[in-house]
Design a protein around this ligand. Structure first.
Ligand SMILES: CSCCC(=O)C(=O)COP(=O)(O)O
Ligand SMILES: [Zn+2]
Length: 202
């Protein structure tokens, strides 16, 4: 059975993604049209609202969103993000309800310094990704970049740590997920804070 997605549902999702995108863009994390966001609308079959490709992510309107299927192919709307397939893969793999992709300087810089993964420990901010503040090492995986979203998805699946809702894509940026757009935003802000801290220390 195919779940019906009304135009209003899609536009409501677009309004949420536009607001989240404007916030990340204001931080300088989505410069020069970079980055993309998605939210899951139905699970069976998997359908996501994903930001349209090539737009200035600080200027999105509720209409700048595309409905995609579990392979990231457009079902309704214009041209989806070039990374829509990876969003769908993350949602299917992790059960996340929202996925954030930002191009932050700290994620690329730390991915270069620690290509085997970035280890965090003894930081109160780790509670923001559901981990204890003390005595536990939490690793943020780093995966090699690819223009092939299937390859990137395979790398993410192999490398991801269930204790950390994020992965750095080397030379590219950061993928973060959460149960809904609000939690995905909080996870993004926490992981970016951790990366900026480590970058300032090393
Ligand atoms: C200068 S951005 C290069 C493409 C990219 O990595 C990105 O995140 C934006 O792609 P989209 O198709 O979602 O606009
Ligand atoms: Zn990107």
């Amino acid at each position: 059975m195919t779940a019906e997605i009304s135009a209003l549902d899609l536009e409501e999702a677009g309004a949420v993604l536009a607001a989240e995108s404007a916030r990340f863009a204001s931080f300088g994390w989505m410069r020069g049209t970079s980055g993309n966001l998605s939210v899951v609308l139905t699970r069976d079959p998997l359908r996501l609202a994903v930001t349209a490709s090539g737009h200035d992510k600080g200027e999105l309107t509720p209409a700048d969103v595309v409905l995609v299927d579990g392979q990231g192919a457009a079902v309704q709307g214009g041209k989806p993000s070039a990374e829509a397939e990876l969003h769908a893969r993350v949602a299917a793999l992790t059960g996340a309800g929202a996925v954030v992709h930002v191009h932050t300087v700290a994620s690329v810089a730390m991915g270069r310094r620690e290509p085997g993964g970035i280890v965090f420990k003894d930081l109160e901010m780790l509670k923001g990704v559901g981990q204890p503040a003390h005595d536990v090492e939490v690793t943020l995986p780093v995966i090699a970049n690819s223009q092939d979203m299937k390859v990137l998805g395979d790398r993410l699946e192999a490398a991801r740590d269930p204790r950390m809702p994020a992965v750095v894509v080397a030379g590219h940026g950061l993928y973060v997920w959460g149960a809904d757009p609000r939690q995905a935003r909080h996870h993004t802000e926490v992981v970016e804070w951790l990366l900026e801290l480590e970058l300032s220390q090393r």
